[in-house]
Each structure stands twice: as structure tokens, then as C-alpha cells.
Design a protein around this ligand. Structure first.
Ligand code: AMP
Ligand code: MN
Ligand code: MN
Ligand code: MN
Length: 287
């Protein structure tokens, strides 16, 4: 019913913002955050569609961050799309993406794979360029059978299409979100290659910078990870968020409308969202 992480074709999702909102409505979602990578350009279209389909749209974004040489994703919820600092900060991240994509193309070129940058940019069109677009080039040209295996073979550290890129720092990402009136959420923590000691450091730093929540229930977490990250949230006094991270048919961890409830003991991030207009029985059941 509440899905606070999703992508449209403004970034690497398959559906237009309007089609994504319609898809969410058809799958029983009532509150949806559109959280495209480093871009808030889809929110205006999504808002119009939300009005048509009876969805409460949360204005979101997923910012790419480098922390201790690792890439992390910070989701911003309820951000102000008119905020100039947010707009220019995101524009700077997107500019870095274009240069990185050229380097990814050059890396693949060296491995004897030709024309990936040109194909990926044409295919992406107005969308921002992500590894997902290169993944589709490689699958389309039969270098791998699906997006899962293609990442392992070509697009992760040590592989020809991988480029070590400097994203925004954690402090800037959290400040941009918080200063535009939003809440910062550490996205899918179970997907980072971070051991416990560093996870504790990260959560400490994230909270000190003004972070609000951890994504506890997300498409790429296992059941055991729901429990693990619910504990981390409680340990640090952070709230819990939930989202499918839907990208489209065939390239998503989870269909929309299938999120299980947050583990008991979590304080949902929407606990004090007074603008949220849900049945009061639902809110009391879920915090
Ligand atoms: P980028 O931000 O350009 O590095 O692209 C990252 C995007 O690629 C993520 O947001 C996911 O949508 C997708 N992605 C990353 N790793 C994988 C993977 N192992 N399998 C499938 N998709 C992935
Ligand atoms: Mn993505
Ligand atoms: Mn992510
Ligand atoms: Mn995402």
C-alpha cells in the first residue's frame, strides 16, 4: 500500500512517470514515491497522473554517493522540487554520469565490444545514463543472457565496463535533501559490501548528518535482512522505510504492491507525515 522507492524512464526504469503511477495504482499502491537516480524531472508528470489515479505521490529522488570508496544510495523523500540547491546539486551529479559513461564505453571498446556508448546514449534518449542502459546493450547484443549475469561479467569492479566514479559525498547529499525540506533514507543497506564495523560507522555518521531512516523492507533484501536492518534502525533511533525499488517488468527485484509489513518495533518513516491521508486503522496498525 505504501511504496517509497521506484524508478521511471527519467532514470533507468522502463515506464514513463505517468505509466509508472498507473501501474502502481493497478497493483494496490496508495502512496508512491518516485525516486529516480539523481533526477527529479519526472515528478511533475507523475503528480498529474497521481491526481487521475488516486495515488498520493511523494516527491523523491535517489542520490548516488561515494562513502569510503564505496557507492551508496541515499533516497530523499518529500523534497522540494523548486529548491535551487537541490536542482543544481543533482545537475552536477548528472554531468559526471555522462563522462563516466564515455569511459565505460571506452573500457568495453578495449575488451573488443564496440559501440556501447553510442547505443546506450541513443537508447537512453533524454534519460540519465546508467549502467542499466549498458546492461541492456550487452544483453541485446548477446554478450549475456540477462541483466543479472551481465552486471557480474561486465559492469562491476574489475570488469571491462566498470569505471571507478566519484559521486556526491554523504554530507552534501543528506544536506541537500534536508535543506529542501525532505527526509534522508539510507537505501537498501543490505546491498553494500560493508562489514558490521563499517556499517555501524556509516549509521552513526548518517544519523549525525541528519539522516532520518533506513530502508528496512526493500525488493533486494531477504527476510533475514528485514530483521537485521530493523534492529540497526532501533539501535540508532532511526525510522524505517519500505519500497519495492521497482524498475519495470523483467528488471526488478519485486513487483509493486507486494511489500510485506515492516517488522514489529520499527517506527515507520511516515509516522509523523501529517500530510499523509490514510485510513486511521492502517496507520495505527503500522505505527
Ligand atoms: P549506476 O547508478 O549507473 O551505477 O547504475 C546502477 C543501477 O544498475 C542500479 O540502480 C540498478 O538499477 C542497476 N543494477 C546495479 N547492480 C545490479 C545488479 N547486480 N543486477 C541488476 N541490476 C543492477
Ligand atoms: Mn536503478
Ligand atoms: Mn539504489
Ligand atoms: Mn533505486
Amino acid at each position: 500500500m505504501i511504496d517509497l522507492h521506484s524508478h521511471s524512464n527519467i532514470s533507468d526504469g522502463l515506464l514513463s512517470p505517468a505509466a509508472l503511477v498507473e501501474h502502481a495504482a493497478q497493483h494496490g499502491v496508495r502512496v508512491l514515491a518516485l525516486t529516480d537516480h539523481d533526477d527529479i524531472g519526472g515528478l511533475a508528470e507523475a503528480r498529474m497522473a497521481a491526481n487521475v489515479h488516486g495515488i498520493q505521490l511523494i516527491h523523491g529522488v535517489e542520490i548516488s554517493v561515494t562513502w569510503k570508496k564505496r557507492t551508496l544510495h541515499i533516497v530523499g523523500l518529500n523534497v522540494d522540487v523548486e529548491n535551487d540547491a537541490l536542482k543544481s546539486g543533482l545537475a552536477a551529479v548528472r554531468e559526471g554520469r555522462l563522462e563516466r559513461a564515455k569511459q565505460m564505453g571506452a573500457g568495453l571498446e578495449k575488451a573488443g565490444i564496440h559501440g556501447s556508448f553510442e547505443w546506450a546514449s541513443a537508447y537512453a534518449g533524454q534519460s540519465i545514463l546508467t549502467r542499466m542502459h549498458f546492461a541492456r546493450f550487452l544483453v541485446e547484443h548477446q554478450y549475456a543472457k540477462d541483466t543479472k549475469s551481465v552486471f557480474k561479467k561486465y559492469l562491476v569492479k574489475g570488469k571491462p565496463g566498470f569505471v571507478d566514479h566519484q559521486w556526491m559525498n554523504l554530507e552534501s547529499a543528506v544536506s541537500l535533501i534536508v535543506n529542501s525540506g525532505g527526509q534522508a533514507v539510507l537505501a537498501h543497506p543490505g546491498r553494500y559490501d560493508i562489514r558490521r564495523t563499517n556499517m555501524l560507522l556509516l549509521l552513526e555518521e548518517f544519523r549525525a548528518l541528519g539522516g532520518t531512516a533506513i530502508e528496512v523492507v526493500t525488493g533486494s533484501h531477504t527476510g533475514a535482512q528485514y530483521v537485521e536492518y530493523a534492529k540497526y534502525a532501533q539501535m540508532f533511533g532511526l525510522k524505517a522505510s519500505q519500497g519495492s525499488d521497482y524498475h519495470g517488468k523483467g528488471i526488478s527485484f519485486m513487483e509493486m504492491g507486494r511489500l510485506p509489513a515492516l517488522p514489529s518495533g520499527c517506527v515507520p518513516i511516515w509516522h509523523d507525515w501529517h500530510h499523509l491521508n490514510l485510513a486511521s486503522d492502517y496507520l495505527s496498525l503500522n505505527g
